[in-house]
Design a protein around this ligand. Structure first.
Ligand SMILES: Nc1ncnc2c1ncn2[C@@H]1O[C@H](COP(=O)(O)OP(=O)(O)OP(=O)(O)O)[C@@H](O)[C@H]1O
Ligand SMILES: [Mg+2]
Length: 513
């Protein structure tokens, strides 16, 4: 007899104005399994998970949990029945500390009724330590990097002693070593019998972790496969509905003259008299070249891009020469003016304006292009936005739709589009394909290749090494703020880059012995 399901999703549909996000989904979730949910950007993965977690309360169809029909009116109700969700777009309160976020709404109190900050910090510290995350629990969330923030979300779910854990692209901001750490945590949770629903765009993860794989396409459940009986090619085919053409970005591009030169760049830690975040970085970028920056979390990749964009909190020392002119940017607006664009890794915090439409998010930096006789022409603005939407294949009902109505990957494309409109000379991309599906990734690679052929210089970071290896003409490796390697496309291998990326730690521990 078949195992009775822990959760039975029956004929669930979710409609938004102009979009059928989910269409008649019927799916059983078995106790203790790890079910991967895959599908292209906008396929409906997050929507389905939000329904299960009580985030979306208004839907058609029925859900039963352990045989009882449930209809959650809030995430709190779902949590009380043991279902927690770790969102794709992090959901933390930035002005609060790590521990305050973990215990938000369930604060620990002293018998007197006052908050017991110490107890919360202690418990939070313990939970985070279980995740092998060693930050100070009283540190404000906004001071932490995305990778640590993600671990706080996981700690929060752990604190609820959840029986069903939903993870919406949990590894998208993590480096390889952090992913390995997360997988150890997942393993421990599974040993405790926790049922896990795991959304990912990364086939290697899915095939490593999952017992079964549910494939969504355009809001429908296409198929549920046992992992042992399928392979990545089949799953991708079901997701996309066609064979994916190999992306050919390796045909040689002709590289032009130097467009950006960085000479002995040093950046200090804020408020610290000693120590450097970036130490003595020098390199040149040519027109038509894609330069990759590799390194582990905390290596200084984001800091380097922020320096080049005038967005670092401290002023770096050293020389930056753009197009033959020495520049110092004290604000991103100056960098943009001069022809530098940055697509940030953390789209929610630095990139997207949640209260604006898709179109407004695209044209935000280039409103001057939509002036007609000194006045803003809505028609022109719309035309520019629509141009980007069709060029990048952004999946949206229309450009007037709120940006929050787009799936994660499509939001990312929107931000890239915004910066393309500024017609930059140098484009800085900080982990641009984070959370982007396989098909859209291929589109982005092609786009970057195309832009380079038009004479743009691109600097890109990625948490996925194979991605840098396919894309880049050259790869610079950072480790703890220092340049520890540089490889041409011909010489670059995963092994060599990882060695350079961990060089300093290895030598430091060797000294300690
Ligand atoms: N609040 C909303 N209002 C209108 N449409 C929405 C809203 N939320 C989601 N949608 C639409 O529903 C569809 C499914 O979105 P969903 O976020 O579930 O996709 P996803 O599979 O999680 O994609 P991704 O991989 O990009 O995260 C998309 O077409 C999206 O634009
Ligand atoms: Mg999603």
């Amino acid at each position: 007899m078949a195992e009775s399901p822990l959760i039975a999703i029956q004929q669930v549909s979710k409609r938004y104005p102009g979009v059928l996000a989910l269409s008649d989904i019927t799916l059983d979730i078995l106790p203790g399994e790890l079910l991967a949910i895959v599908g292209e950007n906008g396929a409906g993965k997050s929507t389905l998970m939000k329904i299960l977690a009580g985030v979306i309360t208004d839907y058609e169809g029925q859900i039963t949990l352990r045989g009882n029909t449930v209809r959650f009116a809030s995430t709190r109700e779902a949590e009380n029945l043991g279902i927690s969700i770790i969102h794709q777009e992090l959901n933390l309160v930035e002005q609060l500390s790590a521990s305050a976020n973990i215990f938000l709404g369930r604060e620990l109190r002293r018998p007197s009724g006052f908050l017991d900050q110490q107890a919360m910090d202690r418990r939070a510290g313990k939970l985070l330590a279980e995740l092998e995350c060693h930050i100070d629990p009283s540190e404000l969330v906004r001071r932490l990097r995305v990778g640590d923030q993600q671990l706080i979300e996981i700690a929060k779910a752990l604190s609820l002693e959840t029986g069903i854990l939903i993870m919406d692209e949990p590894t998208s901001a993590l480096t390889e070593s952090e992913v390995a750490r997360l997988f150890r945590v997942i393993q421990r949770l599974r040993e405790r019998g926790v049922t896990i629903l795991y959304i990912s765009h990364k086939m290697d993860e899915v095939f490593r972790l999952a017992d079964r794989i549910a494939v969504l396409r355009d809001g429908r459940l296409v198929e549920v496969l046992a992992r042992r009986e399928t392979d990545a090619r089949k799953v991708t085919h079901l997701m996309v509905g066609r064979e994916l053409a190999e992306t050919d970005v390796s045909s040689p591009r002709s590289v032009g003259d130097v467009v950006l030169e960085v000479d002995r760049l040093w950046l200090s830690w804020p408020r610290h008299a000693r120590g450097w975040r970036l130490e003595d970085i020098s390199f040149a970028l040519r027109r038509g070249e894609i330069l990759g920056i590799a390194g582990l979390m905390g290596a200084g990749r984001t800091e380097l891009l922020e320096c080049l964009f005038g967005a670092s909190d401290e002023v770096p020392s050293g020389r930056i020469v753009l197009d033959g002119q020495e520049v110092t940017f004290s604000h991103p607006a100056e960098a943009r003016e001069a022809g530098v664009a940055l697509v940030t890794e953390d789209r929610k915090r630095l990139g997207l304006f949640a209260e604006m439409t898709v179109g407004q998010n695209i044209t935000l930096c280039t409103l001057e292009q939509s002036l007609r006789g000194g006045l803003l022409s809505r028609g022109l603005e719309q035309q520019h936005a629509e141009g980007i939407v069709s060029r990048l294949g952004v999946k949206t009902a229309c450009v007037e739709a709120p940006i929050t109505s787009l799936s994660g990957g499509n939001q990312q494309k929107t931000i890239i589009g915004r910066w393309l409109l500024t017609q930059p000379k140098v484009l800085l991309l900080d982990d641009p394909t984070r959370g982007v599906d396989v098909g859209a990734k291929a589109e982005l690679y092609r786009l970057m290749d195309q832009l380079c052929r038009q004479g743009l210089g691109i600097i890109v970071t990625s948490s996925e090494l194979p991605e840098l290896l396919t894309l880049c003409d050259r790869i610079l490796v950072l480790c703890e703020g220092r340049q520890t390697g540089e490889f041409s496309r011909r010489d670059a291998t995963e092994q060599r880059i990882m060695e350079a990326a961990t060089m300093r730690r290895v030598s430091a521990s060797a000294c300690a012995v």
